[in-house]
Design a protein around this ligand. Structure first.
Ligand code: GDG
Length: 470
């Protein structure tokens, strides 16, 4: 019998219905197959948090929430997690907004969540912790004497070693990681960044089996790129009415962008690159094209997010003001959430998927766009070098998101690409999406977390997993 799995992530599906969304789907499948418990934060803040988890809904696995107060939301979630760790991990140390109470809230929330999990854990259970909100959870559990296997997966990029000293908790950072048995990262680039960081620690060594030994403990690190549920996404695309609602001229070309409104997603650069395309290529009789950008707002209470929204609105207004015609608006900018099934149909209709983040752990939109294409007449993916997905998706036109002229050139090339080349690029990427889908990701991680430490003599199993060990 498989060991019981306990998952911790900041958000969990709150409905009893089937969940939607990449990560949520993967964990849902994993938990449905082997049972277990999924723990996340409650939706509605309370004034006094309960000292136990609350079970929500029913299903094949158990979902439990921990309470959060308004102060936790401000200082732990918007504060330390999204004003310190998120900018740091996305190479924007300049956007860090630091307050002493953020550190305290991060520490106390993680200690409180760890105490609640400690009461839930039984011998032999596996715990899988997700993302930057909960880096210290394993260390808190170890302090409470918990010796279950604990895994961690970071969905964002791993920070540059040179930036980590910007963390108030820089001295504890290696300890947070070393308390896990297995640290999963999205890409080889992230794995290299982690190794680089530990190379700077004179007390740390990386042995031949890939185990990283530090003064605080040892752990393994692997690169394991998250995938999508390809067939489910194709089925959603087939059922979608998104494209019908566009009312585009039949000859008009469509580019699509779908990104949370976040400074890491390179949205302003994308708009400017599209403007450069309009200036240079469209002016030279290139096809008429519209950029549909869906950008649901996130973390709107933070200054950095308000600023990027204002900047983006101003860029869209200026570009449309300059280029629009009575029957054509070059940028259709939707700053709202659009239903998932509609997004899928819009991907299919779009001739180009424009995914140009300045930094991104993976980027599932790039994968969804490819899955949604008609294999007989597929669109072209333009993808930033700085998205984790670029490591796997060589069939995309890879671009530097800081270089607007290069992106404009890529747009022109994509709109002009012959059918044979589009088909070949698409087929290569689709095959990769299928072989490394979301099920593969979750199964491989679980197998890696379950297997014995290869550095313990007699238990060695190095090289069995499909991920790449540090
Ligand atoms: C983090 C990492 C990593 C977006 N707008 C709408 C909408 N979406 C959906 C997309 C996609 C998801 O949200 C976004 O996923 P990404 O991967 O692009 O980005 P993050 O939210 O930043 O996710 C990232 C990921 O974790 C997983 O590990 O890839 O690097 O930053 O599924 O389709 N969905 C709907 N309406 C929208 O308006 N329905």
């Amino acid at each position: 019998m498989s060991p019981r799995l306990i998952v911790l992530s900041n958000r969990i599906p709150m409905e009893d219905a089937e969940p939607a969304g990449g990560l949520v789907f993967a964990l849902h499948d994993c938990l449905s197959q082997q049972g277990g418990v999924w723990i996340g934060s409650a939706d509605v803040p309370v004034s006094t948090p309960a000292d136990s988890l609350t079970t929500v809904g029913t299903g094949t696995y158990t979902r439990k929430t921990f309470d959060v107060t308004e102060d936790d939301q401000r200082d732990f979630y918007l504060g330390y997690a999204n004003s310190v760790l998120w900018p740091l991990f996305h190479r924007r140390a300049d956007l860090i907004a630091m307050e002493p109470r953020y550190s305290e809230a991060y520490r106390s929330t993680n200690a409180r969540v760890a105490a609640l999990i400690a009461r839930e854990l039984q011998p032999g259970d596996l715990l899988w912790v997700h993302d930057y909100h909960f880096l210290p959870v394993a260390r808190e559990l170890r302090r409470r004497g918990i010796d279950n296997r604990i895994g961690y997966f970071l969905h964002t990029p791993f920070p540059l070693a040179a930036n980590v000293p910007a963390l108030p908790e820089r001295d504890e950072f290696p300890e947070w990681l070393a308390a896990y048995d297995l640290v999963g990262l999205q890409t080889e680039r992230d794995l290299a960044a982690l190794r680089e960081y530990f190379r700077g620690d004179p007390a740390a060594e990386i042995d031949a089996a890939g185990t990283i030994r530090t003064a605080d403990g040892s752990f393994r690190a692997i690169a394991l790129p998250i995938g999508i549920d390809v067939d489910a996404f194709i089925a959603q695309t087939d059922a979608s009415d998104g494209a019908d609602r566009l009312r585009l001229d039949p000859t008009e070309r469509l580019l699509i962008g779908v990104d949370r409104l976040d400074y890491s997603k390179g949205l302003v650069n994308k708009f400017r690159a599209f403007a450069a395309y309009l200036d240079e290529h469209r002016a030279a009789n290139g096809p008429r094209a519209t950029l549909l950008q869906i950008a649901p707002p996130s973390r709107g209470a933070l200054d950095a997010y308000r600023e990027i929204r204002t900047e983006l609105e101003s860029a869209a207004g200026a570009i449309n003001g300059e280029h629009a015609m009575i029957d054509w608006t070059p940028i259709r900018y939707i700053c709202r959430n659009v239903p998932r099934e509609r997004v899928a149909g819009l991907y299919r209709r779009a001739d180009v998927g424009l995914v140009t983040p300045l930094a991104d752990g993976m980027n599932l939109v790039a994968k969804e766009y490819v899955a949604a294409q008609n294999p007989d007449d597929p669109g072209v993916l333009i993808l930033s070098h700085f998205a984790g997905a670029a490591e796997q998706m060589g069939g995309a036109l890879l671009v530097n998101p800081y270089d607007e002229a290069e992106m404009a050139e890529a747009i022109a090339r994509a709109l002009d690409m012959p059918l044979d080349e589009r088909r070949a690029r698409h087929a290569e990427m689709l095959a990769g999406l299928r072989s490394h889908d979301i099920g593969w990701w979750a199964r491989t991680y679980m197998a890696e977390l379950s297997r014995p430490d290869p550095s313990v003599p007699g238990l060695g199993a190095a090289g069995q997993g499909s991920g790449t060990a540090a």
